[in-house]
Design a protein around this ligand. Sequence first.
Ligand code: C2O
Ligand code: CU
Length: 459
Amino acid sequence: AVLAAVSLGQKDDAGTPARQPRSASPYPEDVPSTGHVREFELVAAPTVLPLLDGRSLEVWAYNGQVPGPTLRANQGDTVRVRFTNKLPQPTTIHWHGIRLPNGMDGVPGVTQPPIPPGDTFVYEFKLKDAGTFWFHPHLRGSEQVERGLFGVLIVEDREPRLFTRELVWVLDDWRLDTSGQVDARFNTRHDLAHDGRWGQVSTVNGVSQPEVALRPGERVRLRLVNVANGRVFAPSFDGLDASVIAVDALATDRPLPASRLELAPGNRVDLDFIVPEALSGQRLEVVDRFTRRPFLLATLAVSGEAVSPPAKTEAATMPAPHLATARALPPSETFRLNARQGGPFGIEWTINDEAFRHEGEHASAHHRVYRLPAYQWAKLRFVNESYRLHPMHVHGQFFRVVARDGTPVDEGHWRDTVLIGPRETVDVAMFPQDVGAWMLHCHIQEHAESGMMTLVDVR
Ligand code: C2O
Ligand code: CU
């Protein structure tokens, strides 16, 4: 492992690991281009919306809606997003989970300068993977994401499956002040000392406890996205024979049982189920069971004439990679996660005793950078030395969990964000392909904002 300080724009080559022969990529690459360019326009601005239970809520929104617009394109398409910042603060857009050229990753001070109020930036990249992705600001995330800046990006499979219905559920929670508006006290000591900011109202697509009408016999693809600052969601779909067909965008190795679902901030889960005819005329409650106080998230109301369900075709899956070699590797890097007193908020979260400084255009200057060779398996170890939760996310890569507390595991799917429990050690195997400096950070916005971020430099 080579630690180095980089200054932006000039990479020094000293200490570059000797290149080893490329091994075969374990996940799709070189997806043929469709030749289509999908153009989108996004504007971030303050606005007032009837949200939650219909009250007027002052938010910051993409294109005047919360969640922002759902962008759709096909695998192999190129997307071109013309983004304008009409916020009172600089911002950027990060495309969570997308494997893209480093310069399009939306990290201020690392991959681009912050976009000042009034300015425009064009993001353009080809979509290599199909699945459920999302986008959000990567600057003052604890405030900007909380105020309503997030949206879903759906990349359609090249061979669409036979769903009669697709649902996208953006899961979020809101902390409101006594006037019912978004509490403007961000990065409080309490939030920093705990698992970030948890709100008192949970919503699905900006609505609290919505009722969703379904017809018996429908085959549903339900895409779940957790955009909350800190809350982990554990929605239970008891009563439905649901399978997990994708996690963090990529298809699972095989359909997996949907019992005990857990979505940490950043995570996505795609479910596949057929609405049983026996539920006709009934209502099914989707309850969140992550905390000791379960609460109602949404209700599925089954009514109407039965649809004859499409043949239960196999869900598309990804071939399982051979993880034995990766598992046997010594960790190329160990990331110890902890907190200490200090920093701009009074408490700062650290990775290997270092707090990332957000210093405008040159956040990464003089910061430690972990180097990883491209096209080789690497094993990364997260050691949670604290008693809090840390959903650790790596930009531009997917990885597999290979061990928890030293016990080998195979979850049967890839991820881009993994929840590390109190005092837990988690090993992940990664196969980096795209070169550049990629962020590795906790997706609890307050932890990231107070320092729990670093960079892996893939070359
Ligand atoms: Cu959705 Cu850097 O994260
Ligand atoms: Cu954290």
